[in-house]
Design a protein around this ligand. Structure first.
Ligand code: 1SD
Ligand code: ZN
Length: 258
């Protein structure tokens, strides 16, 4: 059941491990990336398929933890290349944010938090479904994008924020009223990214994720981020929904230089 974890108090992140063993694992996410310790590599180009398509049936859902954006019709966008072996198919995207603009991202870079972070979740095609993919250590790839403040509104986010105002209550859903393109909401530079092996940042914290954290943030206006903070869970506003930093342990973070 989806109300059995949260971000505060007795169901907060420090307690997740009591019910979900894997949340106590050694390769958890998020992490604080120390840029001085990354290993520079020249990975193959990433291939983004369907990212500039105009997608019609896009569903926006408040699931009580975050807002999910899902695509109804096939074929779904997909991604391959970079650190990935094989093709990964789009499953859903969602956001993590904080109470105010000084924090809210999950991963950090050189101790720096960003006010919000987007996760585009993909599952390995070979494993057929997102559900089956999480039983394999390379089952998911998550493309993570950071946000930073801009004085101007980002026009491509208007359709998202207007959908959000219709799903403030938990377990509500709407269909977006304009076609949606992935590329429009992403930063310009998709060549520079960090990549490492980690986990889902929510229970059950499965260690099955190849993370790709893009270096260039997306620029959003404060007012656009505020709309996310109006979403509600069963117990009140979702003021923050990021997991604290986890130990990096023996892991190496790679940095792709194009
Ligand atoms: O928090 C999400 C969770 O909602 C679910 O989408 C899961 C993938 O099945 O991924 C985590 S996260 O690690 O992308 N934050
Ligand atoms: Zn996430």
């Amino acid at each position: 059941n989806s109300e059995d974890f949260g971000y505060d108090g007795v169901i907060g992140p420090v307690h997740w491990g009591e019910r979900y063993q894997e949340c106590r694992g050694k390769h958890q996410s998020p992490i604080d990336i120390n840029v001085l310790r990354v290993k520079q590599v020249a990975l193959p180009d990433i291939t983004f398929i369907g990212f500039d398509d105009s997608i019609d049936d896009v569903h926006v859902t408040n699931n009580g933890h975050t807002v999910l954006i899902e695509v109804e019709n096939e074929p779904h966008p997909r991604v391959s290349g970079g650190p990935l072996d094989g093709d990964y198919i789009f499953s859903q995207m969602h956001f993590h944010w904080g109470d105010n603009d000084t924090f809210g991202s999950e991963d950090k870079i050189n101790h720096r938090s960003f006010p919000m972070e987007l996760h585009m979740v993909f599952f390995k095609e070979e494993y057929k479904t997102p559900h089956d993919a999480v039983r394999h250590s390379d089952g998911l790839a998550v493309l993570a994008f950071f946000y930073e403040l801009d004085r101007h509104q980002h026009p491509a986010y208007d359709d998202i924020t207007s959908a959000l105002s219709n799903v403030t209550e938990p377990h509500t859903s709407v269909v977006m009223n304009h076609p949606f393109s992935f590329l429009n909401i992403l930063p310009y530079d998709l060549n520079r990214y960090f990549t490492y092996r980690g986990s889902l940042t929510t229970p059950p914290c499965s260690e099955v994720v190849i993370w790709l954290d893009f270096e260039q943030p997306v620029r959003l206006a404060h007012d656009q981020i505020e709309v996310f903070r109006e979403l509600r869970s069963a117990t009140g506003k979702i003021r923050h929904n990021f997991r604290p930093i986890q130990p990096i342990g023996d892991r190496v973070v790679f940095y792709n230089i194009d």
